[in-house]
Design a protein around this ligand. Structure first.
Ligand code: SAM
Length: 274
């Protein structure tokens, strides 16, 4: 399929719609990177000019749905089982303790992609005998990845950091692809959620732990700050937010305290006042 030309101006106005919608930020140098995906979406939607496609996205009643599908095409869903597992181990131990003390803690994976992160947590909680005692919510912007997560279907690449003892116990290869045990998949409440939608986040209630790893890197500081503020309000006092190893909330200030627990970093809501 031939590509439609993406001028710097149309690149700027289309990516600005994408940023308003989902937070994803692009620099002028990213034009080449997104041109094919934007062009493919526009051609599929029946447009022969990317400016006309922009006008459709912005002004047509069908624009929001088409913008969602463009955002979905642009999102990066890279993830795998047992990725940076240390914070997950610490969380699992702490949640196990809470369950044994008679509580039902709530944990939210706020950008779960195809589900490897919440499913890793589910495996760790199962290993500690407390999976049923923990409420696990996993959300993502992309309906497409959530469908794959709900089906428990993953790519072989998702197994690249799998420790011994997991294959066979929690997942198996079916037709050459990893398939997670259905009890684990069913232990997670999978929902669509846009992280820049503060009202939708507020409606979720509060959590003991929120994982928001490897997604703030796609946002500008302003957006990251707003998302971090929404997530902060969604923590119980004493609850913790975990971001990716290359991400930090300290750069733009946060009401949360940065703490180290057993070698993992947590941003914890003070027990009183935020
Ligand atoms: C690179 S993956 C990270 C997955 C997982 N947290 C991990 O660390 O392996 C980033 C995910 O963030 C999601 N995402 C990006 N922007 C989002 C937004 N505004 N709201 C919700 N999810 C978003 C993408 O769809 C993608 O699945």
């Amino acid at each position: 399929m031939p590509s439609l030309p993406l001028s710097p101006q149309v690149f700027a106005i289309i990516t600005s719609l994408v940023e308003q919608r989902a937070g994803l930020h692009y620099e002028p140098g990213d034009r080449e990177l997104v041109a094919d995906k934007v062009s493919t979406r526009a051609l599929e939607a029946g447009f022969e000019s990317l400016y006309d496609y922009y006008c459709f996205l912005k002004y047509d009643p069908g624009g929001p749905a088409a913008l969602d599908s463009l955002v979905d095409a642009l999102l990066v869903h890279e993830t795998y089982f047992f990725r940076d597992p240390l914070p997950l181990e610490v969380i699992s131990d702490e949640m196990a303790l809470a369950v044994r003390m008679g509580r039902r803690p709530r944990v939210w994976c706020a950008a779960c992609s195809t589900g490897e992160e919440p499913l890793t947590l589910a495996m760790m909680l199962h290993q500690r005998g407390v999976l049923e005692g923990v409420s696990l919510l996993a959300t993502d912007y992309s309906q497409r990845v959530l469908e794959r997560a709900r089906a428990g279907e993953h790519n072989l690449r998702a197994m690249r950091a799998l420790p011994p003892g997991i294959e066979g116990r929690y997942l198996e290869l079916v037709d050459g692809k990893p398939r997670v045990r259905s009890e684990l998949v069913a232990a997670v409440d999978w929902r669509r959620m846009n992280l820049v939608d503060a009202e939708a986040i507020a409606a979720l209630g509060t959590f003991d732990v929120i994982l928001c790893r490897n997604v703030l890197i796609y946002f500008q500081d302003d957006t990251s700050r707003r998302v971090a503020e929404s997530l902060t309000r969604a923590l119980v006092p004493g609850g913790s937010l975990v971001v990716g190893t290359s991400e930090s909330l300290l750069r733009f200030g946060t009401a949360l305290n940065c703490e180290e627990r057993r070698g993992a970093f947590f941003y914890t809501r003070p027990k009183e006042g935020v």
